[in-house]
Design a protein around this ligand. Structure first.
Ligand code: ADP
Ligand code: GN1
Ligand code: MG
Length: 351
C-alpha cells in the first residue's frame, strides 16, 4: 500500500490506510496523513473494462460540476499522481485512484429520517439538472447495456444454462420468480425507442450511500461514485434510489417479513427529486414508478446471476449473500405490485 500511496500527490505523511465504506464494486480505503484525509480506491476489474475512458468521464464530469459551485465539497476531486496522471496502474495490473475525502459529511446506509431521503433526492435531482448542459456525446459508456434490462435477462439465461457454480438447484424458487417477471423487462426501452422518453446524462447508481449530506445541516452536499455516469433515462436514477432507500429493510436482510416499501419515504423522495430535476416531461414523471419496479427487478436479477455465477461481480461477505440480496429485491417487486395503486396516486400529485 505504501508503494501505491507514494504514487499520488498527497499532502502530508501517510499515517494509516484502512478499508472503508460499504460499496459493492471497488475496494475503498480511508487514507489519513498528518495533514489530510483521502479516499483511495482499487477499481473493480470485473466491472470495468475500459478504465482510461472511465477516468476521463469522471475527470470531465467532476470538472464540470466544480465549475458550477463555489463550495469545494459540491463535487468529487481527483488527486493526481506524481506524474500528473489521474490513476496509477500497479505491477499486478490493478488500477488505483485517489479523491479528497469529503469532510464534515454523512454517508448513510439507510435514511434516519424522511428528510435524509428527501435530501438525497435533491442531490440526485440537482445532479441530473446540472448535467443537462453536459456534452453527452463526449461520455464513454463505461458498462455497455448497464440498465438494459432485457440484456440482463439474456445474461441471466446464459449463466443459468451453464450453472457454473452448481447453485441453480438451491435457488429454484428465486429463479422461477425472475423468469416469471421477464415479460415487462423491456417496457422502458420500448418507450425510448418510440421517442416517448428523452435520453439524458444520468448517474445510474443512485443508492443512498452514493450521496453525501452535510454533517451539520444534513442538507444535500454532493453525489459520489461516478463510475457509471452515462446516457440513460431519468427513471433509472429515480428507480435505483427508491429500490434502496424506500425499503423498510437493508438490501441483504434475511428476514423477508421485514422487507417492504415505505410509501411515506417514497413520497418524500419524489418531493426532493422531481422538482430538483427541473423540466421533466409528463411522460417521464408518469414512468418513474415503472423505473423503480424495473430497477428493483433488474438489480435482483443481477444479484441472482452473480450468485449462480459464483460471486465474481458484487462483493460478498458470506456464501449466500447475493442470494439473500436477490430475495429482498424479489420481495420489493412483489410489494410494488401489491401497492401499485397507492404508488400511482403519489406520482399523480406531481403531474
Ligand atoms: P463503490 O463503487 O464500491 O460503491 P464508492 O465510490 O461508492 O465505491 O465508495 C464507497 C464508499 O466510500 C461510499 O459509499 C462512501 O461511504 C465512501 N466514499 C467514497 N468517496 C468518498 C469521498 N470522496 N469522501 C468521503 N467518503 C467517500
Ligand atoms: C453496486 O458500487 P455500488 O455499491 O454503489 C452496483 C449497482 C447496484 C448496487 C446494488 C457499478 O453499486 O449497479 O445497484 O451495487 N454498481 C455497479 O447495491 O455495478
Ligand atoms: Mg458506491
Amino acid at each position: 500500500m505504501e508503494e501505491v500511496l507514494r504514487q499520488f500527490r498527497l499532502e502530508g505523511r501517510p499515517l494509516s490506510c484502512e478499508r472503508y465504506g460499504e460499496g459493492h464494486i471497488n475496494q475503498t480505503y480511508l487514507v489519513v496523513t498528518d495533514k489530510k484525509r483521502y479516499i483511495l480506491q482499487r477499481l473493480s476489474r470485473a466491472a470495468f473494462h475500459d478504465i482510461p475512458a472511465l477516468m476521463r468521464n469522471i475527470a470531465a464530469v467532476t470538472a464540470f460540476l466544480a465549475a458550477r459551485s463555489d463550495d469545494p465539497r459540491a463535487s468529487l476531486h481527483l488527486v493526481p499522481t506524481v506524474d500528473g496522471a489521474l490513476w496509477f496502474r500497479d505491477a499486478a495490473g490493478e488500477t488505483w485512484r485517489v479523491y479528497d475525502f469529503i469532510e464534515d459529511s454523512l454517508c448513510l446506509q439507510a435514511p434516519e429520517t424522511a428528510e435524509d431521503f428527501y435530501e438525497s433526492g435533491v442531490a440526485f435531482g440537482r445532479f441530473q439538472r446540472l448535467l443537462q448542459d453536459f456534452p453527452a456525446e463526449t461520455l464513454t459508456e463505461t458498462i455497455p447495456n448497464f440498465h438494459n434490462t432485457p440484456d440482463r435477462c439474456r445474461k441471466f439465461h446464459a449463466v443459468l444454462e451453464k450453472d457454473p457454480a452448481h447453485r441453480a438447484a438451491a435457488a429454484a424458487p428465486e429463479i422461477a420468480f425472475y423468469l416469471a417477471h421477464e415479460g415487462e423487462a423491456g417496457a422502458l426501452l420500448e418507450l425510448l425507442a418510440r421517442g416517448a422518453l428523452p435520453l439524458r446524462v444520468t448517474h445510474n447508481d443512485t443508492k443512498l450511500n452514493n450521496v453525501m449530506l452535510d454533517r451539520k445541516t444534513r442538507r444535500a452536499l454532493c453525489v459520489i461514485d461516478l463510475d457509471t455516469v452515462m446516457p440513460g433515462l431519468v427513471a433509472y436514477d429515480f428507480g435505483d434510489s427508491i429500490r434502496f432507500g424506500a425499503s423498510t429493510a437493508a438490501e441483504d436482510e434475511r428476514d423477508l417479513d421485514r422487507v417492504g416499501l415505505d410509501l411515506a419515504l417514497y413520497r418524500r423522495f419524489c418531493e426532493g427529486f422531481i422538482p430538483a430535476c427541473g423540466g421533466l416531461t409528463k411522460r417521464e414523471i408518469e414512468t418513474l414508478p415503472l423505473g423503480a419496479k424495473l430497477m428493483t427487478f433488474e438489480c435482483g436479477l443481477r444479484f441472482l446471476t452473480d450468485y449462480l455465477d459464483g460471486d465474481h461481480y458484487f462483493s460478498v461477505a458470506r456464501p449466500e449473500h447475493n442470494l439473500d440480496r436477490a430475495r429482498t429485491q424479489m420481495k420489493l417487486v412483489q410489494e410494488t405490485e401489491r401497492r401499485w395503486d397507492e404508488i400511482e396516486a403519489i406520482i399523480r400529485a406531481f403531474l
